[in-house]
Design a protein. Structure first.
Length: 132
């Protein structure tokens, strides 16, 4: 997650970055259904969110018994410290679609605030960059 100038917005030590992040499963069993994630760093120390699993997947499309699309929807609460006593919280929505067949289960598309940000390319890693 970066701004338009390329600044890492997940590094809380940098001015203007988010100081706290939380994720919640929209399709969770209850309204409060936290989703686990880890903040990790690339070789150049850019931070990123690693989400592996935890949000409930619901069936979106069942083309056939052997070809299905599932979807998870997750809210991200992104907090920026404005002053010593004031925070600004942005609530965004991450929507992840998965493709399932008997031989593969993989991320197929990722939407951020209903904007398509990623489409799976065979053999390529699942890397999504969000510009805020």
């Amino acid at each position: 997650m970066k701004n338009s100038a390329g600044q890492d917005l997940l590094n809380a030590k940098k001015s203007g970055s988010f100081t706290a992040i939380s994720m919640n499963d929209i399709n969770g069993i209850s309204d409060n259904a936290p989703v686990s994630f880890a903040l990790k760093a690339t070789a150049d120390s850019t931070l990123y969110i690693e989400y592996i699993a935890g949000a409930r997947r619901v069936t979106v499309d069942s083309i056939s018994p052997a070809d299905r699309t599932y979807e998870s929807r997750i809210t991200l609460a992104l907090t920026k410290k404005l002053t010593e006593t004031t925070n600004d919280v942005t609530n965004d929505v991450l929507r992840i679609q998965y493709h399932w067949t008997p031989s593969v289960f993989e991320v197929s598309k990722v939407f951020y605030n209903d904007e398509l940000k990623f489409t799976k390319q065979p053999g390529a890693p699942n890397v999504v960059t969000i510009i805020k």
